[in-house]
Design a protein. Structure first.
Length: 104
């Protein structure tokens, strides 16, 4: 299982645009319903920093690169950011009630 966390900080005035683009990604995910893929996006308390978490089950493929909505989101992300996206593959040590417990 692959777990990815992406974190970035937006420029002032870019939050609404970013949120709309993220919502479009979720609309397409809900339409396409990719198997073996879990995804969540969070806005941190500073209101400018975002974190995306993806969990891809063994044997599944990350659907994001093929989604037009994700291409639209990533196309201008560098222009929206004060701190560019940092992509980290992580190893889960444990979780409880996180919503993905059934994958363990």
């Amino acid at each position: 299982m692959e777990r990815i966390i992406v974190r970035y900080k937006l420029k002032n005035g870019k939050v609404e645009e970013n949120e709309q683009l993220v919502k479009e990604v979720y609309k397409q995910l809900h339409r396409d319903k990719p198997e073996g893929f879990n995804y969540a996006t969070y806005k941190l308390e500073d209101g400018l920093t975002f974190m995306h978490i993806a969990i891809i089950e063994d044997g599944a493929k990350n659907p994001l690169p093929a989604l037009q909505a994700f291409k639209n989101f990533t196309g201008g992300v560098n222009d929206r950011c004060d701190e560019l996206p940092a992509v980290n593959c992580v190893t889960e040590i444990g979780s409880y009630g996180f919503g993905f417990d059934n994958l363990l």
